[in-house]
Write a protein that binds this ligand. Structure first.
Ligand code: CP
Length: 306
């Protein structure tokens, strides 16, 4: 049984297949696919909050003709102490073909993949991975530049605590982009995890150095919920030294396009005006989330021959 746990196991060819399929869904009349997953049941099992990922998985599954249940952890037997594995066994007995899991523990989807006979799709596990976010980020870059190879993408923010940074950096580097990881020293990460995959990214603690000449600047949210001791130095210091604004872009990388996985802390890592500026791709990222998730559900649940 195939699962989607992270992008590393897809490889470049696998990533390109997903992007091609997503583009197909974006250019094809719905009558061609609206019954692909008829009779299948997809359960969104989210232990952490989500707006975009949960909604776009639901929209994607419904567009393909699947039934969807959004499992609300609040009000469920999780509150009586039922374990993740028992919860998934219960969902399996109720007939789910796929579980889309978001969980605060890194590795939770890998554990479930050993205990569930259906498909597990990782919708974000702790600080570890967020593969469909990476895929939608790559689709967005590809649509705008017509390629991913040699596009320079600076990912700026809380690299240490970001599953988006990890998965997107892996996927971008696998597809030939120049990846720069930019953060304060306290939120930086050692690049060994990329070297272990035969990939590389440059690490920067100076915003000027990290974004100068970049084609894309991807701002990340400060993940206060994952910081053990709060962010040091202060948020005010962060805004001054790493906040992305139209002025910063004009000074260091005029012409650069702006991305953000959302949700954003407006006025901290990115200014409110930049989020809706003509060079912002944020809305496009959200829309592409549906296409990528349609591709993933279709490919994993046997909606086509792949
Ligand atoms: N990018 C992302 O995962 O957003 P949500 O937390 O709203 O799903």
């Amino acid at each position: 049984r195939n699962h989607l746990l992270d992008v590393d196991t897809l490889g470049r060819a696998g990533i390109e297949r997903v992007l091609k399929k997503a583009e197909w869904f974006g250019s094809t009349n719905s009558t061609s696919y609206s019954h692909q997953l008829a009779g299948k049941l997809v359960v969104n099992l989210f232990y952490e909050p989500s707006t975009r990922t949960r909604m776009s998985f639901e929209i994607a599954a419904r567009k393909l003709g699947a039934e969807v249940i959004n499992f609300a952890v609040a009000g469920s037997s999780v509150e009586k102490g039922e374990s993740l594995i028992d919860t998934v066994r219960t969902i399996e007995a109720l007939g789910a073909n796929a579980i889309v899991l978001r969980h605060q523990a890194a590795g939770a989807p890998y554990l479930l993949a050993k205990h569930y006979s259906g498909v597990i799709i990782n919708a974000g596990d702790g600080r570890h991975a967020h593969p469909t976010q990476a895929l939608l980020d790559l689709l967005t870059v590809y649509q705008v530049f017509g390629r991913i190879e040699d596009v320079t993408v600076a990912i700026v923010g809380d690299i240490q605590n970001s599953r988006v940074a990890r998965s997107s950096a892996i996927a971008l580097a696998m597809c030939g982009a120049n990846v720069r990881l930019v953060s304060p020293p306290a939120l930086s990460i050692h690049p060994d995890w990329l070297h272990g995959l035969g990939l590389s990214a440059s690490i920067h603690t100076s915003l000027e150095e990290g974004i100068t000449g970049a084609d894309v600047v991807m701002a990340l949210r400060i993940q206060r919920e994952r910081q053990d001791q709060g962010y040091i130095p202060s948020i005010r210091n962060y805004i001054t030294n790493y906040g992305i604004t139209p002025e910063v872009i004009a000074k260091y990388c005029p012409g650069a396009l702006i991305m953000h996985p959302g949700p954003a802390n407006e006025g901290i890592e990115i200014s409110a005006d930049l989020m809706v500026a003509p060079n912002s791709l944020i809305q496009k990222q959200v829309a592409n989330g549906v296409l990528v998730r349609m591709a993933v559900l279709s490919m994993l649940l046997g909606g086509d021959s792949e």
